[in-house]
Design a protein around this ligand. Structure first.
Ligand code: LLP
Length: 427
């Protein structure tokens, strides 16, 4: 995280708190969140997209305190389940600033969205139109957007490319799929169509795909105006902004994205004779990712004939990303003075789970002499680690600790064996 400072003795402070201190107090593995960095990132987005709605994508990571930080910084929230929604509402997040997503929303999801009064529901399939309208109380109108597929596939891995044809999200701009759905939404007196939505993919490091999507969506807005005489006031370009997992990785700069998307939108709308809609953006990873660091303890160092394995006390249960997407991380050893860590060797950092694929970082340099009891930090761990964590091998999920101004505070406690046993109710 931005506030990380290294002391002369090799200790690393985040938010003014030593990671070794956090590990000693809360145990390992532990996820540490730099509150100031989260807030700074929220502010950077508001600065990059003036006048726009910035909705933090809760799927990247959510707990009540996090929802509070985001709310205080003036962002909205994007949720995609009743579970995420209820947690946000429990933190006092105003439901009017929440947008509800999902390609397969359950009746419970829709009921929760309407009961809490979310600002927008993003419709992903025609079947939802009548279903949602039937759930809306008489006399009310629910704001909705329509998710479309701009046929722009971007993102770091095929599994997280969502804007192209041939994947499950949204309605195609081809063959009238999106236009038919729009006509049906406009026919529903209990729904109010506020705009179009798309999400291209995740961990995107280039502005160009967003510009193509804006052009295509403005094209559809202009066809909606021609066919129905309706001017759509909002345009949601989703999230997907790439961050650095290792030093030197390319990132997507929100300020540049904001500048170029606004210019493209203004030019497109001028050409089409449309008023410029209010932009909506949904960054998840870029808000929480760089603000988090995972801290593990080394349990074993095995020198095999081909490789040296450094085994830690977490793994694919708290971070499935290397196994799922082949993501590369840059772990670092904590608590050794710089002189002791000058010489490095290539090792593979593995987890504790019963699979050969339980690898956190393959062939990475770590100081010679790494030994059991040492602490390893994995940076850029604030997004899509804990939110995708499992309790594989009945290993409980790690706690979350916030650090700020020299103080540490537990936000989410560790999942214990008793927690896991409690759900087992039959014999
Ligand atoms: N909006 C929608 C509709 C989304 O589906 C997503 C992410 C976002 C916004 C936020 O995207 P972000 O800014 O965080 O890239 N588990 C994968 C990432 C999956 C992203 C799913 N949708 C990973 O670990 O890389």
């Amino acid at each position: 995280p931005g506030s990380a400072r290294e002391e002369a003795d090799g200790r690393v402070l985040v938010g003014g708190v030593g990671l070794e201190t956090v590990a000693a107090r809360y145990g390992t593995p532990v996820y540490v969140l730099d509150e100031a960095e989260v807030r700074a990132r929220c502010r950077a987005y508001r600065g990059a997209f003036p006048g726009a709605c910035v909705h933090y994508a809760a799927k990247a990571f959510l707990c009540r305190a996090f929802a509070r930080w985001v709310e205080e910084e003036g962002l909205g929230l994007d949720v995609c389940s009743a579970g995420e929604l209820e947690l946000a509402v429990a933190a006092g997040f105003p439901a009017g600033r929440i947008l509800f997503h999902g390609n397969a929303k359950s009746p419970e999801d829709l009921r929760a969205a309407l009961r809490h009064g979310v600002g927008r529901v993003v419709i992903d399939d025609p079947v939802e139109i009548a279903r949602l309208a039937a759930t809306v109380d008489p006399g009310r109108r629910q704001g909705v957007m329509l998710r479309v597929t701009p046929d722009v596939a971007a993102g770091a891995h095929p599994k997280i490319r969502t804007g192209g044809e041939g994947q499950k999200f949204g309605l195609s701009l081809r063959d009238g799929h999106a236009r038919h759905a729009i006509a049906r939404i406009l026919d529903q007196p209990r729904l109010r169509l506020t705009g179009l939505h798309c999400h291209l993919g995740s961990q995107i490091t280039d502005v160009a795909p967003y510009l193509v999507a804006v052009r295509r969506l403005v094209g559809l807005m202009s066809r909606v105006r021609d066919a129905h005489g309706v001017l759509l006031p909002e345009l949601d370009i989703g999230g997907g902004h790439g961050i650095a997992y290792r030093p030197g990785d390319p990132v997507l700069d929100p300020a540049e994205l904001g500048r170029r998307v606004r210019a493209e939108l203004a030019a497109g709308c001028a050409r089409a004779g449309l008023p410029v809609p209010r932009l909506v953006v949904e960054p998840g990873r870029a808000v929480s990712g760089p603000a988090g660091v995972a801290v593990y303890r080394v349990l074993a160092v095995k020198r095999g004939p081909r490789r040296t394995f450094v085994a830690v006390d977490g793994g694919m249960s708290d971070n499935p990303r290397p196994a799922l997407y082949g993501v590369r991380y840059a772990p670092r050893l904590l608590g050794r003075p710089p002189a002791e860590v000058a010489e490095t060797e290539t090792v593979t950092v593995v987890g504790r789970h019963c699979e050969a694929g339980d690898v956190l970082a393959e062939d990475v340099p770590l100081p010679v002499g790494v030994r059991p009891g040492d602490l390893l930090a994995l940076p850029a761990a604030g997004a899509y680690h804990l939110s995708m964590a499992s309790s594989y091998n009945l290993v409980g999920r790690p706690p979350v600790v916030a650090v700020a101004d020299g103080a540490a505070r537990l936000l989410v406690r560790r999942e214990t064996a008793a927690d896991l046993r409690q759900r087992d109710v039959g014999l």
